[in-house]
Every structure is written in structure tokens, then in C-alpha cells.
Design a protein around this ligand. Structure first.
Ligand SMILES: [Zn+2]
Length: 292
């Protein structure tokens, strides 16, 4: 019996924040499987990074049509139905639309509000989680689900539930709010991850990129000049599921390897598309990141 697969992506979650002190429940789930302590992404932009995880290659950055390559749903073949729940407006734009063409079912955060993601972030965690729970019941078993959630991307959610923009004049405050938001996201989403693993599912939990919180005086992640910062490139990555022993893996691994990790966890043959080694910024040779 093939397990259901959940590829769960916290948008903009730094690797150094998926730890017990900040996100204890998600960290505890991750510790049940293989934790990649040196996982990274090559890009600080949501849709490009998502293409790495779905196609194993940066199809948007290459200017390629995604259908030229095999997506994760295609690699899983007829064994699996596929669902994408996209709670980030950044994944709902026309450019990113080609990423989801091979999924059976897609839910997007802008479907019913029609508003840009930035203006109604408070709606999406609840809406997306509700949609996910409803849709997986409708999916033929087994299913593969790509679930991309907007927390912990800015604007950051404060303790009072209000969302606040990054304030470059107060780097310490940004870092504090970001951390609080991570803890909130942990409380909100960890039950889903725990349930999925407890039911015998295969879980990959990760992020699409990190976030500069004043590192070298910089904030955010999207500008290409930020993509050399470890705070932006370093991502959490863990694979948890049936038959997988808890282990820490130090070897650097790109999120373009996510399709391989999933296929190999299932014992499926995996045919790589290209050499995955990063060319421009080898991971062992990153420039300094300043204050962490
Ligand atoms: Zn993102």
C-alpha cells in the first residue's frame, strides 16, 4: 500500500527557525525522520523555488515550458492522484500557473477573494487549511499533495493577530516578530503534520527560501542580490514516513532534489534530468552573512 504524500512548504521559513525553541511541534515531527541539516535553495523567489521542488529544476528561471520536464505528479504516475493547495498569491500568478498544469486538483488563495495576497493574509491560513482538509477527502487514494502556506512570509503576524510590514529602521523588532510568527505557524499547522505522519503518510516539510532579517543590513529574500546570503538560501528539509529512521544528514542538498527524495522514499525509480550541483554559488563557499 503506497502512503499518501504531503509536501508541506512554509513560505520564507529560515532553517535556523525550525528548531525546538521556536517551532517545537514541527521540530518534533521533523526529528522523527531524516533531517537535512545543510539543505539550501538556489533562488529566493517563491515560484522559482517551487519549480525546483515540483520539477527538480528551475523551469521558470530557464525560460522553459514546464511540460518539457517531468513534474512530481508525472513521476508518481498513475499510482497517485495529485493536489496543489497554494496559499500564496505568488504561486497564483500567470507565470507560475504552468507549474501546476499536471496536478489533478488545484486550490488557490485568490479563487474566492479576487484580491492580491498582501491585503488579506489573515484569511489564508484558515481558508487554505480548511480547503486542504476538505479536498484530501475527495482525492482518490493514495494522494500526493503540495501544500504551500503563506506564514511565515511577511507581513508578519503579531501576537494581537494584526499583520505588520517589515520595518528596516527596527531590525530587532522584525526578527522578534518573525520569530513570533514562526511560533504561531507551528501551533497552527503542526497538528496537520502530526496527523499525517501518525496515519502512515510520507511527509516532506521544508521552505522555499529563508529571510534576511537585517543580515548585512538587508531584509527580505526576493532580490537576486540577496540570494547569496545564507539566511536566504538555507532552508529546513526533513523527510518523515514509514520505514524511515530518525537521522541527521549533514551533506548539502538542494531543494531541486525533493522529487528524488520522494520517489526514492517510495522505492520508485528516479531518472534525474540534469546535474543538480550548484554552479554559481557552491554551498561550501558562501559569502559571510553578517549578524545571524
Ligand atoms: Zn516564498
Amino acid at each position: 500500500m503506497l502512503p499518501n504524500i504531503l509536501l508541506f512548504v512554509f513560505d520564507a521559513l529560515r532553517r535556523d527557525h525550525l528548531v525546538d525553541a521556536v517551532m517545537p511541534r514541527t521540530d518534533a515531527v521533523a526529528k522523527q525522520g531524516i533531517r537535512y541539516l545543510s539543505a539550501y535553495t538556489d533562488v529566493g523567489v517563491t515560484d522559482l523555488s517551487a519549480s525546483m521542488m515540483i520539477y527538480g529544476i528551475n523551469v521558470l528561471g530557464l525560460g522553459c515550458d514546464a511540460p518539457q520536464f517531468s513534474s512530481l505528479p508525472e513521476r508518481l504516475g498513475d499510482n497517485y492522484s495529485s493536489l496543489a493547495v497554494l496559499a500564496s498569491g505568488l504561486l497564483c500568478n500567470p507565470t507560475a500557473a504552468q507549474l501546476w498544469t499536471t496536478f489533478d486538483t488545484i486550490w488557490k488563495c485568490t479563487d474566492d477573494t479576487g484580491e492580491p495576497y498582501r491585503y488579506r493574509p489573515y484569511l489564508y491560513p484558515e481558508k487554505a487549511l480548511g480547503a486542504f482538509r476538505e479536498l484530501i477527502w475527495q482525492q482518490p487514494q493514495p494522494w500526493f499533495a503540495y501544500f504551500h502556506v503563506f506564514p511565515v512570509h511577511d507581513p508578519y503576524r503579531g501576537d494581537d493577530g494584526e499583520y505588520v510590514e517589515i520595518d528596516p529602521s527596527h531590525p530587532g523588532l522584525n526578527a522578534e516578530r518573525y520569530q513570533q510568527y514562526c511560533t504561531w505557524a507551528d501551533t497552527f499547522y503542526a497538528p496537520l503534520l502530526e496527523e499525517h505522519v501518525a496515519s502512515g503518510g510520507l511527509l516532506v516539510v521544508t521552505s522555499d527560501h529563508g529571510e534576511a532579517l537585517g543580515n548585512n543590513g538587508r531584509f527580505g529574500h526576493g532580490e537576486p542580490r540577496l540570494w547569496t546570503l545564507p539566511s536566504v538560501r538555507e532552508i529546513p528539509l526533513a523527510v518523515v514516513g514509514p520505514g524511515i529512521e530518525p537521522i541527521e544528514e549533514e551533506t548539502p542538498i538542494s531543494n531541486a532534489e525533493v522529487p528524488r527524495l520522494i520517489c526514492q522514499s517510495l522505492g520508485l525509480h528516479f531518472e534525474p534530468i540534469l546535474d543538480m550541483q550548484p554552479k554559481r554559488y557552491p554551498v561550501g563557499n558562501l559569502p559571510p552573512d553578517g549578524k545571524r
